[in-house]
Write a protein that binds this ligand. Structure first.
Ligand code: ATP
Length: 528
């Protein structure tokens, strides 16, 4: 034990003396030790980017090509994209470019023009995906938020896949400012029903029926929930021609507002090609080896998930290096929590945000990728409390590999970089052993940050004190107003033995299931 402690102290002392310096956040929070309490309240511009010609010769419009319907509005980002609005019909003539298809608009602002469209913005006509009321994998809480948006009226509705019951569907309806949920089970003959008294061969017929009369529902179905801009998914890359060629001309980026400063450089809001808002991380010269970064960025770019910040493009031919990513309106989760202090965020929001991070991390876990610096400062927040994990993999480039140990797991911070001691698992501090399980430890700390509205972990303790305290088997207590079940999850993440810690997949479903246990139950369809 003494040996362990001394090696731990040796390791932490060397981190602290040589490499680690407290961040501004840490200094600030340790000074005031704040514990936040109140949980109760709940262009049109000329495109500058060089465009790649359409497939040569331009793909001819094949008569009878597949017809798709636009699910979201899309505004052309290059001269060769098509603009369209949700509901427009497009004939897809070439799917070979991959995530960007060549299509001819049949209706709408680009009618009869041909160009590239993001494949994830359309669905085949007549398919369930094309129905304006079908919101496939929307979660119950998201459904509530969308329906409660000011542009929806009573009777607005959507049908989604049920979270808890695989293969089943649920109807969510707005009724006088509250959202009700109904199961839509299937009979053995495949017919759908809400009340067993009346079943329908298709969902469309069910919707049409309940649009004519409420018949036991809280309210008659009126209009499908409006999706709004918020719902539109990220496109794959900035455009069809940055998917493969993602070293882009820095002249195509116009920097505007500064969004923040990290230890490796500044982050700006930017406009790509005069059309598309992006975030641009500018790296201080000498921060990293460009070839190391490019190697890592190749991997990072392949990681695509709705809860991960998408890396769009890079400018690495001269300094400062630019890393171009999707823009998140509300900045870092840490700032977001600290600003809110519980005035508008409710416990359900906190849990939902945690579940989103777990979902992004579960994806990284499935890809055998390690984050290495998971913390609220590295999660970004968009509209509607949407959280996405950022900076995955960057720690690996900012840290240098320890040549003496297992190559895949072992990193130590570069001279002069900050080391996030209070977020780092003991085996990573003591043995430089970074794995997905050390990310799970950090996730426990992130949960603590979320539940305390951004309080510094181990309040009142220095880094060394925290490490010593942990090595004696202590763990942080349940934060004020934090449900015990959530603290239990934190404690599991902080198990000494890595293999006793949960997977991110488990963490994700535990956090998602929390709603099913804790918030209003589904209305029981059997009553109708
Ligand atoms: P560190 O460099 O220690 O990891 P950090 O993660 O806060 O700290 P950066 O990633 O450089 O540093 O980000 C600095 C700030 O810029 C963030 O706190 C956030 O407010 C803002 N920011 C970063 N990326 C984005 C983005 N994609 N969209 C919106 N704001 C961003």
């Amino acid at each position: 034990m003494r040996k362990m402690l001394s090696s731990c102290l040796h390791s932490i002392a060397s981190c602290c003396c040589k490499k680690w310096k407290p961040s501004e956040d840490e200094e600030r929070s340790e000074k005031d030790g704040t514990v936040i309490k109140n949980l109760s309240a709940s262009e049109e511009r000329e495109p500058k980017y060089p465009s790649r010609p359409l497939p040569d010769p331009p793909a001819p419009v094949k008569p009878g090509g597949e017809v798709y319907v636009a699910l979201y509005d899309y505004s052309a980002r290059t001269e060769q994209d098509l603009s369209f609005n949700a509901g427009d019909h497009l004939e897809v003539v070439d799917k070979s470019p991959g995530e960007w298809w060549v299509a001819r608009a049949l209706t709408g602002v680009s009618a009869s023009q041909q160009g590239y469209i993001p494949a994830n913005y359309v669905a085949p006509v007549e398919s369930l995906d094309a129905e304006p009321w079908y919101f496939s994998d929307t979660k119950r809480l998201d459904a509530e938020k969308m329906l409660l948006a000011k542009w929806n009226q009573s009777g607005a509705f959507l049908i989604r896949n049920s979270e808890g019951r695989k293969g089943e569907l649920s109807l969510s309806v707005l009724d006088q400012g509250t959202v009700k949920h109904y199961k839509i089970p299937k009979l053995d003959n495949g017919h759908y029903y809400i009340s067993k008294l009346k079943s329908f061969p298709t969902l469309k017929e069910l919707v049409e029926y309940y649009s004519r009369q409420a018949e036991g529902l809280c309210v008659r179905l009126t209009e499908p929930c409006k999706k709004g801009q918020i719902m539109a998914p990220e496109t794959y890359g900035l455009s069809y021609n940055t998917v493969d060629i993602w070293e882009i001309d820095r002249k195509s980026i116009q920097l505007s507002k500064k969004l923040g400063t990290g230890q490796f450089g500044e982050v700006y809001q930017g406009l790509w090609n005069g059309t598309t808002s992006v975030a641009v991380k500018t790296l201080k010269p000498g921060t990293m080896d460009t070839s190391d970064f490019l190697r890592e960025a190749q991997l990072m770019k392949k990681l695509r998930h709705p809860k991960l910040i998408q890396l769009y493009a890079v400018c690495t031919t001269e300094e400062p290096i630019y890393i171009i990513t999707e823009l998140m309106k509300n900045g870092s989760l840490l700032d977001y929590l600290q600003k809110d202090k519980g005035t508008s965020l409710r416990i359900s929001d906190q849990i939902e945000m945690s579940a989103q991070v777990a979902s992004g991390m579960a994806y990284l876990e499935s890809q055998n990728y390690i984050h290495r610096d998971l913390a609220a400062r590295n999660v970004l927040v968009g509209e509607n409390n949407i959280c996405k994990v950022a900076d995955f993999g960057l720690a690996r480039v900012f840290m240098k590999e320890n040549e003496y140990e297992d190559e895949d797991c072992v990193y130590e911070p570069k001279e002069g970089t900050k080391f996030p001691v209070k977020w780092t698992a003991p085996e990573a501090i003591n043995g430089n052993r970074y794995t997905i399980k050390s990310d799970v430890w950090s996730f426990g700390i992130l949960l603590y940050e979320i539940m305390t509205f951004g309080q510094m972990p181990y309040p009142g303790m220095s880094n060394i004190q925290a490490v010593q305290w942990l090595s004696k088997g202590h763990r942080m207590a349940c934060p004020p107003k934090c449900p015990k079940v959530l603290h239990d999850i934190m404690l599991k993440c902080w198990k000494e033995n890595e293999s006793d810690r949960p997977t991110f997949e488990t963490l994700q479903w535990q956090l998602e299931d929390f709603f099913d246990l804790d918030t209003t139950a589904y209305d029981d369809s059997s009553q109708y």
